[in-house]
Design a binder for this molecule. Sequence first.
Ligand code: SF4
Length: 392
Amino acid sequence: MNHALNISAVNPNAPRIDGAASAGPASLAGMTRAQLRDAAIEIGVDPKKAKMRAEQLWRWIYHYGATSFDEMTNISKDLRAQMADKFSLHRPQIKERLVSVDGTRKYLIELAPGVECETVFIPDVAKSGALCVSSQVGCTLNCTFCHTGTQALVRNLTAAEIAAQVMVARDDLAEWPTSNENRKITNIVFMGMGEPLYNLDHVSDAIDIISDGDGMAIGRRRTTVSTSGVVPKIKELGERTGTMLAISLHATNDDLRDELVPLNKKYPLAELMDAIKQYPGLNNSKRVTFEYVMLKGVNDSIAEARALVKLLKGVPAKINLIPFNPWPNSPYECSDWDQIEAFADIVNRAGYASPIRTPRGRDIFAACGQLRSESKKVRASELRKQRMDAKT
Ligand code: SF4
């Protein structure tokens, strides 16, 4: 979920456009191989040599993290000058960087004027860490436990903007060139803002860039895409990306899930479970992660834990239990710790791993569903109140 892990400060007046470019020459950072080849041809490289040039550029940009054409010493000075004339290696800028006492880092990244997203790095105790990236600015799906869902969709992010979130975080963590040892970002999770399956073309291209072994090399099995349940796109996601699948589940019956994840009205649980079972390559080493936010008195009963076990029967699964992070005036409370443990115990005894996710980065508002600014809190709580008023 979040899909509620990070919250973006978005200018609500920003134009709704699909992939705006920033001002200045086009940046090669974030381009696919095919785009780099076209860029080489554009500056006059013989089309027969364009593939080779694209490979060189790829290595400099995604393996070495080059930020200047001068670094590209295996490319002639003349050609470098021609490239610099026409293109840049510009990355989006970090507008704000917050570091939690637990090591979580939250970046507010300006993608284009007035269009900002947040990306969160969550280090693990072991030598690993996940980078949570956003796929859209805003979201069209109003999951009621999620503060992000109260923000209107501004636009889809381009593949370049998604890949750039990883590059910018690697800049900050001094992770260039790519090495297999001492890597801080070992996993990518599409659990930031937005519904990735509503932006699958760009998400898929971004995964091609991020996972490529000659570049950033964060593998597809170390990449998880989380969806709230866009049924017609689930199998396609697996076929196109080969990544791990996560489902923002949160309820075991349609009545409750209709309320928590309104997309369920369109794609109810039976259809969702059918689609999940068809996810390519599912087995015990490639399990589906089910995200389940623990809401006191709403979805945390022992009966629901048993219903969850029943629902997941036959699916290689892992369940992430997420203590709810309340936001101002939110109608939900976090389940009591004893209740979360009792719930986890039932799921565990049925043979499913069900870790209780420790909230991370609470002090910098980077935990699930937390907001970054007071003004957003006010705006979102007003919207929530309107929802509640409409129901009563
Ligand atoms: S899909 Fe739901 S949980 Fe994910 S960002 Fe949108 S509203 Fe939040």
